[in-house]
Ligand binder design. Structure first.
Ligand code: ADP
Ligand code: MG
Length: 393
């Protein structure tokens, strides 16, 4: 990889500023409901501490207003959880840009929500310079925010004395690069979820690369509509029909396959009390909602995936949060888990599905990132990664 990594740098006694992605979900009482991102980021911190570094952790949490931090935006619960995982106290430092604070070698502190600093979102060089003055080494281990150019992710990488990637950042890029730069073929991509419009550029990019594109979830309905099928009251985007037709045309011009469901699970209401019905496409009635793939579709899909050597998955096939409509996503998750293909999956709801169906360990790489994962799939340059590469050039 074309940037420095943390393990290449002597950290003894150095002030090390690690940009983490500890933007974890909290419940109403401020308790962390899923600490996956914190656990994923712990290796880099351990490494720096073991080397005798003076460690500062930075992260954003939620969407605070700049210059107006409220208690709900505080990283206090995150600092506590990091401390539990490390087995050492992690003090929270507030007003860290204006107040002097010391960190001893082997000590780690959590800097309060970086997104509350004026200039963070605007990628202010002036703000980055003030942060650079706090450290000898800047580490970006926040792949989840690598698609955003902000002061702690981009400008700081340009002005810090030394800038490098942390182990999570490096392993995310390595896994995604392996899947997409020179993938073992056939390459299959499954793109599901709610809407075509949110994943349009991903679909376009994948249509030019894969041997098999599976469209699922709400967006499959738009593709069905484009193919002349009735979708009743289903979630769909008629204004995206043309776009869906183009994706289909790109695939067919390349001799690649577009997979759409042949039977579906419908209901007349979107609720956990809804009564499911399995229907062929021709049986979908005007007041039906298509909420999942049916058994024939899943059997055909599992057969299509069997010869594939690389499988990329983003987006559930149905409303997996409701038991009656979880069959397609569960069957897909299980099939990917059992497959010998190199498999990677990412996306907020996709990861929730993977955890729900308990297959995380059997998937080769589960990305902790949502937006950055999708932008990587699109072939976009991630600004935070580019900044690290430019420093190494
Ligand atoms: P990810 O976060 O993994 O990128 P998305 O956010 O795009 O995924 O979409 C996930 C959501 O899509 C889920 O909440 C799921 O219930 C919903 N969904 C899936 N299939 C359908 C469908 N047929 N109709 C309506 N919503 C759907
Ligand atoms: Mg989502």
């Amino acid at each position: 990889m074309a940037f420095k990594t943390l393990d290449q740098i002597n950290l003894r006694g150095q002030r090390v500023f690690i940009r983490c992605d500890f933007n974890v979900p909290l419940d109403a009482a401020g308790r962390i409901t899923d600490d996956t991102r914190i656990r994923a980021g712990i290796d880099g911190i351990r490494h720096a501490l073991a080397q005798g570094a003076r460690v500062m952790l930075a992260s954003h949490l939620g969407r605070p207003r700049e210059g107006a931090l409220t208690p709900a935006d505080s990283l206090a619960p995150v600092a506590r959880r990091v401390g539990e995982l490390l087995g050492q106290e992690v003090p929270l430092v507030t007003d860290w840009l204006t107040r002097r604070f010391d960190v001893a070698p082997g000590q780690v502190v959590m800097l309060e929500n970086c997104r509350a600093n004026p200039g963070e979102k605007a990628n202010s060089t002036e703000l980055a310079q003030r942060m650079a003055a706090l450290c000898d080494v800047y580490v970006n281990d926040a792949f989840g925010t690598a698609h955003r150019a902000e002061a702690t992710t981009e400008a700081l990488a340009r002005v810090a004395p030394v800038a490098c990637a942390g182990p999570l950042m490096a392993s995310e890029l390595d896994a995604l690069g392996r899947a997409l730069a020179q993938p073992a073929r056939p390459l299959a991509a499954i793109v599901g979820g709610s809407k075509v419009s949110t994943k349009l550029s991903v679909l376009n990019a994948l249509a030019g690369q894969v041997e098999l594109l599976v469209v699922g979830g709400g967006m499959a309905n738009t593709f069905l509509l484009a193919a002349g099928q009735q979708v009743g009251k289903s979630l769909c985007e008629p204004e995206m029909v043309e776009t869906a037709a183009q994706v289909a045309a790109t695939l067919s011009a390349r001799g690649a396959e577009l997979f759409m469901p042949i039977d579906v699970v419908t209901a007349t209401e979107f609720s956990d009390r809804a009564i499911p019905a399995i229907k062929t496409l021709n049986e979908v009635a005007p007041d039906d909602l298509i909420l999942d793939f049916g058994p024939q579709s899943m059997q055909a899909l599992v057969e299509r995936l069997a010869p594939c050597k690389t499988i990329v998955w983003n987006g559930p096939l149905g409303v997996f949060e409701i038991e009656q409509f979880s069959y397609g996503t569960r069957t897909l998750a299980t099939a990917i888990a059992a497959s010998t293909a190199y498999s990677i999956a990412g996306g907020g709801d996709t990861v929730a599905a993977i955890n729900r169906f308990d297959v995380a360990r059997q998937i080769d790489y589960v990305s902790t990132a949502g937006g950055a994962f999708l932008e990587f799939l699109e072939g976009k340059t991630l600004p935070a990664v580019k900044a690290l590469e430019d420093r190494a050039a």
